[in-house]
Design a protein around this ligand. Sequence first.
Ligand SMILES: [Ca+2]
Length: 200
Amino acid sequence: MKKHYVMTAFMVVMAMFFLVSSSHATLWDFNSLTAGTNINGVNLGGLTITAPDSYVGVIADYQTFSGTPSICASSWSGGMTLTMTFDSLVKSVSIYGGDYGGDSDWFSMKAYNALGNQIAFADTGSFSGIDPIHTVAGWSGDYRYLAVSADDIKSVVLTQVTWGCLWDNLDTTPVPVPAAFWLLGSGLLGLVGLRKKFRK
Ligand SMILES: [Ca+2]
């Protein structure tokens, strides 16, 4: 009898560990990508980025506000967009947009659910210089932090409203899966029940 309790407790702990570990934030800093490559449509481990003209560039570190490789739509001109689609739904998305020059920039981010409905929006307005709140040590030029949150974000569209186009440090948090946890838990209880039945 005691053996079953120990086994069940062990499996519940394992399930909780899985749940906690799977709810960690995921950060894409693009630092392992080679400058000059086109990553349009490439799955970067749960993330796929596309542009209207099918070109998403990796920009060398010396040209970026972060001093590390960043990504960019093919044109630096205003109105260009990048669409970032996630394999699994996320509940928050943040990213830094900017460029390495000292001029005026403007970025926005729209979030969509799996049905394609817009569910969140963030906008920097016109700005220049580093982000006064989300300052990152070692970063320079112009940049701002953009963040959105909603229940079930499937994709975001990033727009360089005016000028400049670099994006870096995309950070997401996954949607928690309590339903999956309870399914797993009831499955384990069922297994324990079956073991008892066969032992009789
Ligand atoms: Ca980077």
